[in-house]
Ligand binder design. Structure first.
Ligand code: NAD
Length: 241
């Protein structure tokens, strides 16, 4: 029977690669995003809107058994705690954390009813270590790690697994926009910043979205049937040192 994935933020970067990987492998993919994407069925949905997420997911659940939820939609913000306004903090949390909360809460009734399900949070290596000038983003990714662990514990009895995937630096539009902003502010040369970023990873390069998608596919599969409540690091060795 065809399996169903509900994915947030599947129109760009890591989400796009995840949508492609699952669709290519026969999944029925629903992509909840604010902009159209190339893979899966696009459903316009701003994940910061709780009732919109609830409505969209309950409609999908009426017609399909949702096997996998991947909470990926998120954005980056460069600022220390003093440089973070209350409005910026709330906006980032609304997307990176509350969006995942809304999607998780919405899929759980149908997953419980079927006694099966896999939930994945695309967190970050920043769920494990801090980086400078990354106060709110770091906090939001630690919160996702917590969501994976508490959800794993509370719903293990329903055979629902929850994990956080923690990628290091991955080459996506988010990454390029962050470097562009940094170069605009500092006057640094983009090629040099990109090369430095690659050199700071033990493997000597940054990661590709397809590598994250491969890990997500494994974690969603029965090959990972005993993996729950975990933080799965894939960062070219960055946090090993
Ligand atoms: P991206 O900017 O390329 O893609 C983000 C996607 O989320 C886009 O399709 C965007 O339209 C969508 N989105 C944004 N706001 C939304 C909203 N309100 N509702 C629904 N969808 C929304 O970013 P990316 O680099 O692919 O990042 C995806 C996830 O991976 C993020 O959670 C990010 O924090 C995480 N991550 C990225 C990296 C990296 O280096 N790129 C590393 C670790 C973790």
């Amino acid at each position: 029977m065809q399996k169903t994935l509900v994915l947030t933020g599947g129109s760009s970067g890591i989400g796009l690669a995840i949508a492609a990987k699952f669709e290519t492998n026969g999944f029925n993919v629903f992509n909840l995003d604010i902009q159209p994407g190339t893979f899966g069925k696009f459903i316009e949905c701003d994940v910061t809107n709780h009732s919109s997420v609830q409505n969209v997911i309950s409609k999908i659940a009426e017609q399909h058994k949702i096997d996998v939820l991947i909470c990926n939609a998120g954005k980056h913000m460069s600022a220390d705690i003093e440089g973070t306004s209350e409005a910026d903090l709330l906006a980032l949390f609304n997307l990176n954390v509350k969006g995942a909360f809304s999607a998780t809460q919405s899929v759980l009734p149908s997953m419980k009813a079927k006694s099966a399900g896999v939930i994945l949070y695309i967190a970050s290596e920043q769920a494990l270590v801090a980086k400078t000038n990354s106060f709110a983003y770091n906090l939001s990714k630690h919160a996702l790690a917590s969501m994976a662990k508490t959800t794993a514990l509370d719903y293990a009895k329903f055979n629902i697994r929850a994990n956080a995937l923690c990628p290091g630096t991955i080459e996506t539009p988010l990454y390029h926009n962050a470097i562009d902003r940094y170069c605009e502010q500092s006057g640094a040369d983009k090629a040099a910043v990109h090369a430095d970023e690659a050199a700071s990873q033990p493997l000597g390069r940054i990661g590709q979205p397809e590598e994250v998608a491969a890990m997500a596919y494994f974690l969603a599969s029965d090959e990972a049937s005993f993996v729950t409540g975990s933080l799965q690091v894939m960062d070219g060795g960055y946090t090993a040192g």
